[in-house]
Design a protein around this ligand. Sequence first.
Ligand code: FES
Length: 339
Amino acid sequence: MTIEDDKPRVHDELLWNDWHPVAFSQQIDAGQTQAARLLEEDIVLWRRADGSIHAWQDRCPHRGAKLSLGCVVADQLACPYHGWRFDGQGRCVLKPAQPSLPLPAAPMVSAYAVQEHYGLVWVCLGTPVRPVIPYAEFEDSRLRHIMAGPYAVRACAPRVVENFIDMAHFSFVHEGILGDAGHTEIPEYTVHDFLDDSAQPGVRAEGMRVSQPQANLQAQGTADVVYGYRISRPLSAILTKQIVGSEIAEAITLFIQPVAEDQSQVWMVFSGVKSPEPDEAVRAFQDTVFAQDKPILESQRPQRLPLQMRAEQAQRADLLSAHYRRYLRAQGLRYGVTP
Ligand code: FES
């Protein structure tokens, strides 16, 4: 047991048995390893020559060294400490200090469920009870898809989601880009709950019309924009954004990797109208917006999101937040929240 294992941890079955993003697929080429951390568990990701990706507990069964510090040799993962090698099933196939020793047939390394979607690697630490969050816009050939992030932030993941679905901060935190200090009022919008939908419980908001000085990189001056939000996982949200007069709505994901209860990593997929701007410029725009959010998120106290909204907070702008908190209560989330 490590010192870290001694501290009390909140174990959340809901998150343990769900999928979470941990890396960009393109970061891990065949023959490469990468470390990741999810729900306070260390993971090693590695890819074999046939393209298959593996996510294992990042701990060698011999003396506990981190396998992510090792390397891939002959399509096997080699521990950095004494060179034990493991095949794709987690079986030890070589102990260099005594090569003649018979090797156990059973896997020695704990493997996690892993798959790739939307250019991201998703891991489930427990038993997956549902598929990776649906993101239909990724299949839309009229849109180009650009990855942004990951953005590390010292904040509980539900706080980060609530910030993403909050429009009232635009005029203050993103003044001159997503908001205008002269237009702070949030208009009427509608929110629908799908809390009893056993297949896809969640929340949707529609018709949030605002005026933005720079809605996206292509916008020429201030434009009216209609926002919508879909929430179908506790730590994710998808924003759709349509500039009034344009034919296609763009979408931006907020997929959060809960690194620890108070540490989050944000992965974004921007599905926007095809335009001449390079991907780097789109990424830089998202970088700027998130850099403005980060100090606010890290300043919020209490760090855990209170699931009860106090009466004095009840204003129209907080309607979606109130529904999100209700959804989290209905889901039974425990991580990063106060019931
Ligand atoms: Fe990994 Fe010894 S700790 S081979």
